[in-house]
Design a protein around this ligand. Structure first.
Ligand SMILES: Cc1cc2nc3c(=O)[nH]c(=O)nc-3n(C[C@H](O)[C@H](O)[C@H](O)COP(=O)(O)O)c2cc1C
Length: 173
C-alpha cells in the first residue's frame, strides 16, 4: 500500500470490539514511536500504555472518549527536558510538536497493522494527573483508544470527509 493509500484509509474510530491488541502489535506500534523524528533527536516525549484491567478502569474515568477500546496509549511532551530544542529567534519550544509527531507515527502504524484509533484530546487532565501521578508536568497531546473497529458502529463519522479545498489554505509565495 502506498503511503497516501494508508493515510487516506485512516479515520477516527469510535467503537471497538473486545479483540485485544497483541503483544507483537504493541511492539510494532512502539517501534514506530521509537523511530519518529524529534528536534535535535532529543525525544522529549513520554508514552503511557493502558491495557491492564486496573489501568483501563482508571483511564476510562478521565474521558468519555475511551470508546471501550482494549488498549489506550497516551502521549506527553516534556517542555523542560534536557536539551529540548527552543528556537532562538522566537523562543518556541519544540516538545509539543515532537510529541505530536511521535503520536502521529503511532496512529499511522496502527492503521498499517490493520488496527484503528482515534486521536482524543478531550480528557480531564487534572483527573489523569491524579489517577496517574507520573503524568504530572507533561503536556498531554493525545490519548489513543486502539483496537479493532466494531462492525458499523466503528465506521467513519460524516465529518471524516468534510475537507477544505487545498486552495483555501495552500498558498504559493
Ligand atoms: C488534536 C485532535 C484532537 C481530537 N480530539 C478528539 C476527541 O476528543 N474526541 C473525538 O471523538 N475525536 C477527536 N478527534 C478526532 C477528530 O474529530 C477527527 O480527526 C476529525 O473530525 C477528522 O475525522 P477523521 O479523523 O475521521 O478523518 C481529534 C483529532 C485531533 C487531531
Amino acid at each position: 500500500m502506498s503511503f497516501l493509500d494508508l493515510a487516506s484509509s485512516r479515520y477516527s474510530c469510535r467503537a471497538f470490539t473486545d479483540e485485544p491488541v497483541t503483544q507483537d502489535e504493541l511492539d510494532q506500534l512502539l517501534e514506530a514511536v521509537r523511530v519518529a523524528p524529534t528536534a535535535k533527536n532529543t525525544q522529549p516525549v513520554k508514552v503511557w500504555v493502558f491495557r491492564s484491567d486496573g489501568a483501563l478502569e482508571k483511564i476510562r474515568t478521565c474521558t468519555r472518549c475511551h470508546f471501550d477500546a482494549p488498549l489506550l496509549v497516551l502521549f506527553g511532551a516534556d517542555s523542560n527536558a534536557e536539551g529540548v530544542f527552543v528556537r532562538p529567534s522566537d523562543g518556541q519550544n519544540a516538545a509539543i510538536g515532537d510529541a505530536t509527531i511521535v503520536a502521529t507515527h503511532y496512529m499511522l502504524e496502527a492503521k498499517d497493522l490493520g488496527l484503528d484509533t482515534c486521536w482524543v484530546g478531550f480528557f480531564d487532565t487534572p483527573a489523569i494527573n491524579e489517577a496517574f501521578p507520573q503524568t504530572a508536568g507533561y503536556d498531554l497531546v493525545g490519548l489513543f483508544p486502539t483496537g479493532h473497529a466494531a462492525p458499523e458502529k466503528g465506521d467513519p463519522s460524516p465529518r471524516h470527509t468534510q475537507r477544505k479545498a487545498l486552495s483555501e489554505y495552500v498558498e504559493e509565495l
